[in-house]
Write a protein that binds this ligand. Sequence first.
Ligand SMILES: [Zn+2]
Ligand SMILES: [Zn+2]
Length: 249
Amino acid sequence: MREALEQLLLPAECLLCRALLSFPDSRQLVCDVCRHRWRPVRRPWCERCGQPEPHFGACRLCADWPAAFRVARSAVWLDAAARAAVHALKYGGLPRIADDLAAVMHRLVLPRREAAWLVPIPLGPARERERGYNQSERLARALGRWWRRPVVPLLVRARETATQTALTPEARLANVAGAFEVRNAECGMRNEPATLDSAFRIPNSALVLVDDVFTTGATLTEAARTLEQAGARTVLAVTFGRAVVPDFT
Ligand SMILES: [Zn+2]
Ligand SMILES: [Zn+2]
């Protein structure tokens, strides 16, 4: 419904640069020129966290990740062009732009993707009410259509967390500690007969966390830890944007 209204109300111009779109009946909100401004994250990277490899020694970003958290990848660098798209998704009230973002995310290569479940990073209920949707879930659903994989909202927020934007890496970790819970966690633990909630059983399939941006990885790490504690053995993650290499050292 909301989507249908947007389609009626929006002029056929690129959401980011306002250039007229040459395919006005398409679902695309971002023109090709703007899409080409998004800079793909490329190798060489740490095979695990996808961050550019350090000049010396092993990667430290993912050294303390929970064992089940195996691979994280991001589609593009979060520079001004990509940031505008994320901003439109989160604050512009335009969840349809998730399709444009997923159109670049779907090329990411992940192990065991063909049988994976997609798990959006949840928003707190207050923030979701305010925004009207969860941007990570919109991304996951758009990506799920590309990959033909199910989206399972396994995680919920255990509490509201402060926005991470102004926090140092250490403060980010503390801010998200204990932030998530697995919905119906007991289903994965006991050998109960299938119920209506059986969709929420922790599967043996890989679980792919989906979020809009990867900054320090704190949120994804905490979400992966929560899934691991509930019995998940393979947790992967994909995001649209990756913060331009932060200098943490
Ligand atoms: Zn444009
Ligand atoms: Zn790494």
